[in-house]
Ligand binder design. Structure first.
Ligand SMILES: C[S@@+](CC[C@H](N)C(=O)[O-])C[C@H]1O[C@@H](n2cnc3c(N)ncnc32)[C@H](O)[C@@H]1O
Length: 261
């Protein structure tokens, strides 16, 4: 599958997101949950006065958690309309819509004015974005001078080529994968000072193993609610991703940077 063939609205269809959320955590489409959000908040120095942008906000997990627990304003940006709608409905249902709102748009062409945000976060979403340099260029445009970026992402940590690479990318609905070095180079090129670039592959692997165990424990429930065929497809895709982790090809990272120039 090439990047242009990836249909994220299909991957993150209401059915697909409901299934992922049921295996992951409430409101989350990523494996680190609120613990990972809190680390990003601490690294970025988020306070109640922060005006935060969450790029690839999904069903609103990180943004709603930040609004609820840190009292900051958060705007979520997502390219899948049903995710944006669900996240806005959840914000309203919890009385958080004065702090958290969600917008439809592409991370490579953000629908925001320059210098609008003082913090940008992203949780396991940027792997889906075809042109990571454009994404970082947009972060550089919409962030205020001195603003902080903190994100986690799925990364290539070993050589992957041919069918191997194609299978893993297709299982993740990712057009390509960054490395810690390529993210850092893009940030540097667009005026950020990279403060931290941590390989957290061991954390990703442990969290992913927990997710697979949960998936397997839910086989009966998923087969009944969705279908046995869907369970088997998801299980195979997750198995392919776990093999890439085990082979030392796929991993995860956390990067923190400040917009200095
Ligand atoms: C793995 S989910 C993570 C969602 C959320 N960060 C969380 O932790 O629950 C990735 C999200 O990124 C969104 N996304 C992918 N490509 C995007 C793009 N180019 N612009 C904006 N959002 C995008 C997807 O629609 C999806 O909701």
């Amino acid at each position: 599958m090439s990047s242009s063939e990836i249909d994220l609205s299909e991957f993150y269809s209401p059915l697909g997101t409901a299934l992922i959320e049921s295996i992951y955590f409430d409101d989350y489409l990523s494996i680190g949950g609120t613990g990972s959000t809190d680390i990003l908040a601490a690294e970025a120095g988020i306070t109640a006065a922060s005006n935060v942008l969450d790029v690839g906000s999904g069903l609103g997990g990180p943004a709603l958690h930040l609004a609820q627990n840190h009292g900051c304003r958060v705007t979520g940006l997502d390219i899948v309309e049903s995710n944006v709608q669900t996240a806005n409905e959840r914000a309203a249902a919890r009385g958080l819509d004065q702090l958290a709102n969600f917008r439809l748009g592409d991370a490579m062409a953000m629908p925001f004015e320059a210098g609008q945000f003082d913090v940008i976060v992203g949780q396991d979403a940027w792997c889906h974005v075809p042109d990571k340099d454009k994404l970082i260029a947009e972060c550089a445009r919409v962030i205020t001078p001195g603003g902080m970026v903190a994100f986690t992402d799925w990364l290539a940590v070993g050589e992957m080529d041919g069918a191997d690479r194609d299978e893993v990318l297709a299982a993740m609905a990712a057009p390509n994968l960054a490395t810690l070095a390529s993210h850092a180079a893009n940030l540097d090129r667009h005026g950020f000072t990279v403060l931290k670039q941590d390989d957290i592959s061991a954390v990703f692997i442990s969290q992913y193993n927990d997710i697979i165990a949960r998936l397997e424990s839910m086989e009966g429930e998923i087969s009944e609610t969705f279908s046995a065929k869907l369970y088997s497809i998801i299980h195979n895709l997750n198995g392919r991703i776990r093999r890439a982790f085990d082979d030392g090809k796929l991993g995860g990272g956390r990067i923190v940077a400040r917009k200095d120039h």
